[in-house]
Design a protein around this ligand. Structure first.
Ligand code: PRX
Length: 653
């Protein structure tokens, strides 16, 4: 089945070279870095690893027994030492590690010395609770400094952490506690969320009731919610911390020891505990944080504006930046609550130089109006980043021109929970970027786009994105299930090829365009249409703030396209006229094959609390079914509206 050459968004837009002013001030501006890494890729990663604090250097950089790789074999280190102690010892204890901003507007600056002390205290508390090297600790906390402290305290004593995003409910938390066999849970009384309070401890109580392994629970005070502490199991975090010593000997970990588990959803309903290990992971995230964000600890303020409960938060909100002695911003709550102005104010006040977030957030900020960024002094911004989904060229342009004032390169970074760190991305002082393309693999990495038989596709063609050599940040396995690890990632194209599950197109220059997950490809009249490209086409229209497409079974075409569209303020008066215009717009741009059969104008797209669009829910709506599983939905009240809007649009089709 052919992939439709969907017009070409790429060819229509000029490529953007790195601005000269950026290059002049950049640390990583030598294009020779690619050849340098290619000449000896294992040796190149070794050079990156040397930047960490090792207690004992490795004997062998890589043992590759497909599909299991061991990086920096024989090496010994503790992640918390690379992230904290060595900076304090080098005289940087007074440097701010985090400018923390609470949702209600409260603030706290945390220096490296303060962070190291609190980590030591909590590490001692955890040891006192009987947590030993290798035991799992679950963390169910909002975006508070204590979340970072908890992760690093686990690292200090060699207990893999499993951070569970606070958007998950009791059943999801219980499943994760049980799968990991977590001994301790660290949570809070409640979490601020768009002006409301999520009852975290109450949810945790229900989950712990179903998870026998959890023996102790520490509760951070945040919302002064009414909670019940179970005697013998629960304790207030601040009370136990106050009594503990800040000095805690770091556990000497093997490079290959797990640093953390992070659950992610797969194609089946059972979540996968992705295991990342100490030496390779830390090497990958520190090196990529330096390169991709051209990071200079004495110049930059880095804002990874995503939830820490997600891999992006682990790698570029915590481990990468701390290993590189960064000053970061950590913000609780939604970036557009109470209004998008909050984002620009934080960027101004904290003198943010580098902003890294998701297209979903960028779209939400864009929909709030263009006055926002312009009303603030964002002159410190020098670099912008995007992660998590393809960024539509129109959204890219807004980010570039309105937020970045046309002077900030944008790095569109492709990677996954499983890859640990960034895999595809421009280098900001080197790469001439094409808006919407994640461009190429970073130095030291190798990928290939292949057809169904595993043969590399020609330029101009699309196929499955694979990774063809091991990389240091690669997942070690799926917790407790080596066989599932092998089957999920290393069987489709052989045991030495990592199947990402994504489709990508290689353009005439060899640059890569992500087309979405394999299963998000629609088939209309025998053609494959990428949901990502369709959505880009729709968002390209000036009336549109955000769009997502889903397929509806169609007896003639196989699938028909149903587009869910949220309009920008001011365009929502006459939805049916706008729908007709949009249809024409897409047809004019890409041809009739891409014509959305139904256009549903909605108040909002259904999203999880982390801002990911719930595609399964949209598919159910598109098919005319009532959505079944809505527990992950940020705003459950939206469902009734979506059902009604879909029925109305389908009726008037
Ligand atoms: O489909 C790709 C998409 O997000 C998936 C990975 O999701 P997750 O494990 O949650 O990690 C997201 C953050 C690293 C990928 O398989 N994805 C991620 N980044 C991009 C992307 N799609 C297009 N462009 C990107 N830059």
């Amino acid at each position: 089945m052919a992939d439709v050459p969907l017009g070409s968004l790429d060819a229509a837009r000029p490529a953007v070279p790195p601005p000269e002013t950026f290059v002049a001030g950049a640390r990583h501006a030598d294009p020779g870095i690619y050849d340098d890494a290619e000449a000896d890729w294992v040796g190149w990663w070794e050079r990156q690893a040397h930047d960490l604090a090792w207690q004992r250097v490795w004997q062998e950089p890589l043992q590759w027994d497909p599909p299991f790789a061991r990086w920096f074999v024989g090496g010994r280190l503790n992640a918390s030492v690379s992230c904290l102690d060595r900076h304090v010892e080098a005289g940087h204890g007074a440097q701010v590690a985090y400018h923390w901003v609470g949702e209600p507007g409260d603030r706290r600056d945390l220096t490296y010395a303060e962070l190291a002390e609190e980590v030591g205290r909590l590490a001692n508390v955890l040891r006192g609770l009987g947590v030993a090297r290798g035991d799992r600790v679950a963390i169910y906390l909002p975006m508070l400094p204590q979340l970072v402290v908890a992760m690093l305290a686990c690292a200090r004593i060699g207990a893999p952490h499993s951070v569970v995003y606070v958007g998950f409910g009791a059943q999801a938390l219980a499943d994760r506690l049980v799968d990991a066999g977590a001994k301790v849970l660290i949570t809070a009384d409640g979490a601020h969320r768009r002006g409301e309070v999520l009852p975290l401890k109450r949810t945790a109580d229900v989950a712990m009731g179903a998870a026998e392994s959890v023996r102790s629970c520490l509760v951070v005070r945040r919302t002064n919610s009414d909670v019940r502490l179970m005697p013998g199991r629960d304790a207030w975090y601040d009370e136990v911390i106050g009594q503990a010593s800040p000095i805690c000997e770091p556990e000497p970990m093997d490079a290959e020891d797990p640093l953390f588990l992070l659950y992610t959803s797969g194609t089946t309903g059972t979540p996968k505990g992705i295991v990342h290990r100490t030496g390779g992971y830390l090497t990958h995230v520190a090196a990529t944080h330096r390169m991709v964000f051209d990071h200079d600890p004495d110049r930059d303020v880095f804002w990874c504006a995503v939830n820490l409960g997600w891999i992006t938060g682990h790698s570029y909100g915590v481990y990468g930046p701390l290993a590189n002695r960064a000053t970061s911003v950590l913000a609780e709550g939604a970036l557009d609550h109470p209004s998008a102005e909050r984002t620009w104010r934080i960027a101004e006040v904290d003198k943010v130089t580098t902003l890294y977030t998701t297209p979903a957030v960028i779209r939400a900020l864009r929909a709030a109006g263009e006055d926002g960024p312009e009303a603030h002094d964002l002159s410190r911004l020098r670099l912008l980043g995007s992660v998590g989904e393809p960024i539509e060229p129109e959204v890219w342009r807004w980010y570039h021109e309105v937020v970045g004032g046309g002077r900030c390169p944008i790095v569109d970074t492709w990677w996954q929970t499983e890859t640990g760190g960034i895999m595809l991305s421009p280098l900001p002082a080197i790469t001439t970027v094409k808006p919407g393309s994640a461009m190429r693999p970073l130095p030291g990495l190798e990928v290939s786009v292949v057809d169904d038989d595993g043969a590399r596709v020609e330029r101009g063609q699309a196929g499955h994105l694979t990774v063809t050599r091991p990389w240091p940040g690669m997942l070690q396995t799926i917790w407790g299930d080596d066989e599932r690890y092998r089957r999920t990632y290393w069987s489709r194209f052989g045991a030495e090829v990592y199947a990402t599950g994504d489709r990508a197109r290689v353009d005439a220059d060899g640059d890569l365009w992500l087309l979405g997950r394999d299963d998000e490809v629609l088939k209309v009249s025998g053609y494959r249409l990428s949901s990502a490209e369709l959505e880009a086409a729709i968002v390209d229209h000036r009336a549109v703030a955000e769009a997502a497409v889903a397929g509806r079974a169609d007896p003639l075409a196989g699938q028909a396209i149903v587009a869910f569209v949220r309009l920008r303020p001011g365009y929502d008066r006459d939805a049916s006229t706008v729908a007709a215009q949009l249809r024409q717009h897409v047809i004019a741009r890409f041809g009739a094959i891409a014509r959305p059969e139904t256009i549903v104008i909605v108040d909002d797209l259904p999203k999880t609390r982390s801002g990911t669009i719930m595609r399964r829910l949209l598919e159910e709506l598109a098919e005319g079914r009532t959505p079944r599983e809505i527990s992950a939905l940020d705003d459950p009240d939206l469902v009734a509206h979506l059902i009604e809007a879909t029925a109305e649009a389908a009726g008037g089709r």
